[in-house]
Design a protein. Structure first.
Length: 261
């Protein structure tokens, strides 16, 4: 059985120095997911014993394939390629991307997304870094917001060695899905499952329950907590303890109880 990486996004950790945050990750045996805003110090992360599960192409909030401005679409290519290079330098096996952000968008969203990701595939393959695409909710994106559209995009790209999918419980909840029903019937491979509540809140104990593992039809490689609302160290430790239970529950699941991805 493949090992499950349990991660936490750096931006979601309590306010502290980078050294304190990395120490907490090491203490709890967690990997880190970091955001590339163009200011990441590679040396700061290379000197610690914490693995980087993924690097988020964070500037895709502003530069993305569906932007109405062609120059912004070009900058999106540059940002994704920069994030791929950064991930390779940090020995991170994957980056997290989106098709777009916002509601003032260019036409032909599916075709533009397909063209965009096909263009960056060669760079990803050369660096040995996978590109994960995350469907957002309709609150965040006016097109390509349904997970099935991203699954269809994967099919058309037809490069499973390069592209895979992220599912985010917060975006699923904001889209109106019932998590247990959705996760138990979702038929496509999922490389990363992000855990958070509605409106980017920290995940509650229901979302953090190991029970959803038994419902998943596909095996994620990464489970990562991500949220925008700040938390205390006490709340973080409560979440970290639950994540340890998730890790234990995962180790006890029989390999033939899931479909392999």
């Amino acid at each position: 059985m493949s090992l499950l990486t349990i991660a936490y996004t750096e931006d979601s950790l309590p306010i502290a120095s980078l050294e304190q945050r990395l120490a907490a990750m090491k203490q709890w045996g967690l990997a880190l997911e970091i955001a590339n805003r163009g200011t990441v110090s590679v040396e700061s992360y290379q000197q610690v014993e914490v693995s980087i599960a993924a690097v988020q192409a964070y500037l895709m909030h502003d530069f993305h394939p569906l932007h109405y401005d062609p120059e912004h679409r070009h900058q999106a290519i540059c940002h994704v390629e920069e994030t791929l290079t950064l991930a390779a330098q940090l020995h991170a096996p994957r980056i997290v991307t989106v098709c777009g952000f916002g509601h003032h968008l260019a036409d032909r969203p599916f075709e533009r997304s397909l063209e965009f990701f096909a263009r960056v595939a060669g760079r990803a393959k050369a660096l040995g870094v996978r590109i994960l695409i995350e469907p957002l909710s309709p609150k965040r994106l006016g097109a390509m917001a349904h997970p099935e559209e991203i699954a269809q995009l994967m099919t058309c790209l037809n490069q499973p060695e390069v592209f895979s999918l992220v599912l985010d419980t917060g975006h699923l909840l904001d889209s109106g899905f019932v998590l247990a029903d959705f996760l138990s019937t979702w038929p496509h491979p999922v490389e990363e499952l992000q855990l958070k509540g509605r409106n980017s809140a920290p995940p509650d104990m229901t979302i953090l329950s190991p029970g959803w593992l038994a419902a998943l039809r596909t095996r994620p490689s990464v489970v990562c907590v991500e949220h925008r609302q700040p938390i205390t160290w006490e709340r973080f430790e409560a979440i970290a303890k639950r994540l340890q239970q998730v890790r234990i529950a995962w180790s006890e699941i029989k390999p033939d109880s899931h479909l392999s991805n």
